[in-house]
Design a protein around this ligand. Sequence first.
Ligand code: PMP
Length: 423
Amino acid sequence: MWTNSEDKALRERAEAVIPGGMYGHQSVRLLPDDYPQFFERASGAHLWDADGNKYTDYMCAYGPNLFGYGHEGIDAAYIAQMKKGDTMTGPSGLMVTLAEEMTRMVTHADWAMFCKNGTDATTMALMIARQHTRKKTIVLAKGAYHGAAPWCTPLKNGTTPSDRANQVFYTYNDVESLEAAVKEAGDDLAAIFASPIKHDTFVDQEDPAPDYARRARELCDETGALLIVDDVRAGFRLARDCSWARVGIEPDLSSWGKAIANGHPLSALLGSDKAREAAAHIYATGSYWFSAAPMAAAIETMKLIRETDYLERTQALGQRLRTGLDEAADRHGFALRQSGPAELPLIMFADDPGFSKGYAWNQALIKRGVYFHPWHNMFICAALTDADIDQTLEIADEAFKVVKEAGPLPPVEKLAILATLSD
Ligand code: PMP
């Protein structure tokens, strides 16, 4: 029987000692009411909340879980290195090995720098582009997420206009708007940032159009600016290379994080020779950036990426889920909007502007042990099985029934806050 008394008690205690009770993307404030805030353990493709409720988890910690929580081989490498030495006065030799492995796997990359969070990597990319070009302006897709530093955090609270100076925005996949943004940057263009796919929240995902990706490359080549692909979220989930290898375009820099150490804290910036000199001349560091154990975990993760069929498997599992959900929706008279690659699915309801059907459905799913997200792309991990998908589809069927029986619902009130947050 699903209960949440422990989660409620923790939330109450959190209110006293954690600002807002919880912050950032893992706050459940904007999710349906019964989403648990606190978790107790995770294994493979499953997650247990603080009350012991078990979920088949389709969020994968927002990306880090690629091969399954607590993967034996990866964690054994991590633990062995922990025992030898983790955070030391300098890096271990594993840093060099990992840089060799990642540059071998990612076609455009000749060098690697390591850090902790995706934001560290995107911020270094920004600095290297400005150092390389000695120019200031960056061109970015409107609505794309690149992290939570003052230059890119989606909420402007606590930042100043000067934190975001020298930025011009374009619409993802829209060549004309990209060209217009580059024109506006004039002779001050340092970089074009691109997400590997359009994976913004609340809207359908889009694959990169080949002409858009090609034009971004050309514009950088014409102006001397650097092309940056932010692969923090999608990296190694779409390809065993930079995600834009899928459209045949090589960036100058790519930022990585999340899945590269299967949940152990590590991120990376990869670059081509063109940007090497500038990369060697920025000052970037952190107390934990060179810890050896996460690098040992990453080396093991790279091995699994190279040697297993995880990619084809997650794609096939995602496709089965997608097809099964469409069939179940149809049986109950609903239509879903499923967008993006099957292994990075975003699932919303057609004809649901107030998100009421989506919230009711997700709420019914969570209470039955399936952790989906109503407006952020989800993730398929390699530990998921066909039996998990079968069970998810059965539960999804029941959840559609619940939504149907509920009839028309008002727009989700807690999402009204979004209108006040954007410009
Ligand atoms: N870029 C993208 C595309 C991301 O999805 C994220 C994290 N969601 C980041 C950058 C920032 O990564 P982190 O939260 O590790 O700083």
